[in-house]
Write a protein that binds this ligand. Structure first.
Ligand code: ATP
Length: 480
C-alpha cells in the first residue's frame, strides 16, 4: 500500500497482468495497480500521478469488454493501451471501439520492449503536459490547443509587458488574466478587473484615473481611480474596445510614460501598474474603422494570448464539467455525482457558443434539477444534441463536407500517419479515427490507393504500425 501511494508512474491494469509483465514494468520504474473495469471507483488517479491505463481483453468476456468501453468513455483524457489475443473478435463494435480509442495496442504475448518504449513516450508527454503547462486556477489542459495557450501564459506571466487576451465570450479571458497576475512577481500586490463596457460613459476618466476635489459637480473630495488603487499590481481591462476615445488617450500616456493625471488636475502622478487587456470583438477592425487608437493598439498588443473556444478543447470539456459539478457539491446539496454516458455524449457533441461560462451554468442547473445520481442530457437541457432525426440544413451539409475535405487532405499530407495528422489538426488520434468513421474514410483503402498514385510515398517503419480500421471488416491490422 505504501509503495502504491509513493508511486508516481503507474499502469492501472484492467485485467490480469502476468508476474513477468509486472516484474518488467517494476524494473522500469512503473508500478502496476490492478483495476476492475466493472467497479465504479474509477482508476484511483492522484493529481500528480502519471497514469497509463491498460485495457487487457485477453480474458475478458462480453460484459467485461462492455464495462471496459464504459470506463474508457468516462476517462477520455487518460492515455489508454489495449491488449488483445490474436483471436479476439475485433469486429464486434465494443472491441472495435476500445481499439480505436487506445493510443497503442498489443497482441499477446506482449512485446515488453515495445510496451516500455510506449510507456516512456507517454510518460514524458504526461509530465510535460501536466507539470509544465499546469496553471493554478485553470482547469483542463489536456487538449493540444489549451496546452499551447497555457505554455504561452507561463512564458508571458513574469514579463513586465502588457498582454492582449483574445477569445470568445466566456472562454476564460479573465481567469487567464488572474493567472498571469498570480504567476508574476506582482502576485502579492493588488489585482483589479475592470469591465470597460460597464463604466458610466461620463465617469470613465474619473473612475479609472481618479479626480481632485471640485473637479466636477458632486466631486466633494479627492478620489483615487482604479489604476492608483492597484499601484504596484495588475489592472485587467476587459472589453478594451469599449473604452471611450479620451480614456484611450489617458491610457496611452500611462503605458508610454508611466504617469496619469487625475480629472481636475494638471499634475502627472507616477504609477507602476502592469496592464492586461481583453477583447472578444475584432480589435483590428475597430482600429481600421478609427474607433480604437492605432498607437494604443500597438502598445497593448505586445504579447497576445488567445483563449481557444471550448468546442476546440477536446478532452477538457468533460474534465471541466466534472470539476464544476464537484465544486457545486462542495457548497450545495445535490444528488448528482457524475454524468450519464449519454450526457457525456451530449457534452462532447455540443458546440458551446457561451463557452466555459455556459458549461458552468448548465452543470449547476443540472446539479439542482437532477433526480438521481447521474446527470442526464435533459438535466443539461442538451437532449436535442443527441437527436439525429432533424434533417441537416444546407449550412450543416456545407460544414460536414468542409470537415471531410479538411480531414482527407490532412491525411494525405501526413502520409496517413494518424499521429501526424492529429498533430496538424490539433485534435487527438482518437478524434482522427472518429472523423474517419464519421466521413466513411476507410484508411486501409486510402493508403492502398495512395501507394498506387505517382508521387505518394509507401508507408513504412513506425507508420506501418498505425492500427488500421476498415469500415466493412473492422480492425484489419495488428501491431503486436
Ligand atoms: N479553464 C477554466 N477552469 C475553471 N474555470 C473556468 C475556466 N475557464 C473559465 N472558467 C470559468 O468560466 C466563467 C467565465 O470565465 P471568464 O469570466 O474568465 O471568461 P471571459 O472570457 O473573461 O468572459 P467575457 O468575454 O464574458 O468577459 C468564470 O466563472 C470562470 O471562473
Amino acid at each position: 500500500m505504501s509503495n502504491e501511494q509513493s508511486s508516481r508512474r503507474c499502469v492501472v491494469w484492467f485485467g490480469q497482468p502476468t508476474d513477468e509483465e509486472c516484474g518488467c514494468l517494476a524494473q522500469a520504474g512503473w508500478h502496476t495497480r490492478v483495476g476492475d473495469p466493472g467497479l465504479k471507483g474509477g482508476v484511483g488517479m492522484r493529481r500528480d500521478d502519471i497514469v497509463v491505463a491498460m485495457a487487457d481483453l485477453r480474458n475478458a468476456d462480453t460484459e467485461a469488454v462492455k464495462a471496459m468501453g464504459r470506463l474508457m468513455d468516462a476517462h477520455p483524457w487518460l492515455p489508454w493501451l489495449a491488449l488483445v489475443l490474436k483471436s479476439t473478435a475485433a469486429d464486434t463494435p465494443e472491441v472495435e471501439r476500445i481499439l480505436r480509442a487506445s493510443n497503442e495496442f498489443f497482441t499477446a504475448p506482449v512485446d515488453l520492449k515495445r510496451l516500455l518504449e510506449t510507456l516512456m513516450k507517454i510518460g514524458s508527454g504526461c509530465s510535460s503536459a501536466v507539470e509544465r503547462d499546469a496553471v493554478p486556477g485553470i482547469v483542463g489542459a489536456f487538449s493540444p490547443v489549451m496546452r499551447e495557450t497555457l505554455a504561452s501564459l507561463r512564458k508571458f506571466a513574469p514579463v513586465e509587458l502588457p498582454v492582449l487576451i483574445t477569445g470568445e465570450t466566456g472562454s476564460g479571458k479573465e481567469i487567464a488574466a488572474r493567472a498571469l497576475h498570480g504567476l508574476s512577481p506582482r502576485c502579492n500586490r493588488p489585482f483589479a478587473a475592470i469591465n470597460c463596457g460597464a463604466l458610466p460613459v461620463n465617469l470613465v476618466q474619473s473612475e479609472l484615473f481618479g479626480h481632485e476635489r471640485g473637479a466636477f459637480t458632486g466631486a466633494n473630495a479627492r478620489r483615487v481611480g482604479h489604476f492608483e488603487a492597484a499601484a504596484g499590481g495588475t489592472v485587467f481591462l476587459d472589453e478594451i474596445g469599449d473604452l471611450p476615445f479620451d480614456a484611450q488617450t489617458s491610457l496611452l500616456r500611462l503605458l508610454q510614460e508611466g504617469t496619469l493625471v487625475r480629472v481636475g488636475s494638471t499634475q502627472p502622478v507616477k504609477l507602476d501598474v502592469r496592464i492586461l487587456a481583453a477583447t472578444h470583438v475584432d480589435i483590428e477592425q475597430a482600429v481600421a474603422e478609427g474607433r480604437f487608437r492605432e498607437d494604443l493598439y500597438y502598445r497593448l498588443n505586445v504579447l497576445r494570448l488567445h483563449m481557444p473556444p471550448l468546442r476546440q478543447r477536446e478532452g477538457d470539456v468533460e474534465l471541466l464539467a466534472q470539476h464544476f459539478l464537484d465544486a457545486f457539491r462542495l457548497r450545495n446539496r445535490s444528488r448528482a455525482r457524475a454524468f450519464s454516458s449519454s450526457a457525456r455524449d451530449a457534452i462532447r457533441g455540443f458546440a458551446w457558443p457561451g463557452n466555459v461560462r455556459e458549461l458552468l451554468n448548465r452543470v449547476q442547473r443540472a446539479a439542482v434539477v437532477a433526480e438521481g445520481s447521474l446527470i442526464s442530457p435533459s438535466d443539461l437541457d442538451l437532449q436535442h444534441v443527441l437527436q439525429t432525426s432533424i434533417p441537416p440544413s444546407s449550412l450543416d451539409l456545407t460544414r460536414v463536407s468542409a470537415e471531410r475535405e479538411a480531414v482527407l487532405s490532412c491525411l494525405h499530407e501526413s502520409h496517413f500517419n494518424i499521429s501526424e495528422c492529429a498533430r496538424r489538426l490539433s485534435v487527438s488520434r482518437v478524434t482522427v479515427y472518429r472523423l474517419c468513421k464519421k466521413h466513411h474514410l476507410v484508411l486501409e483503402n486510402l493508403r492502398h490507393k495512395s501507394t498506387r498514385l505517382p508521387g505518394r510515398k509507401l508507408m513504412n517503419g513506425a507508420h506501418d504500425r498505425e492500427p488500421g480500421f476498415n469500415q466493412e471488416s473492422g480492425f484489419v491490422k495488428s501491431c503486436g
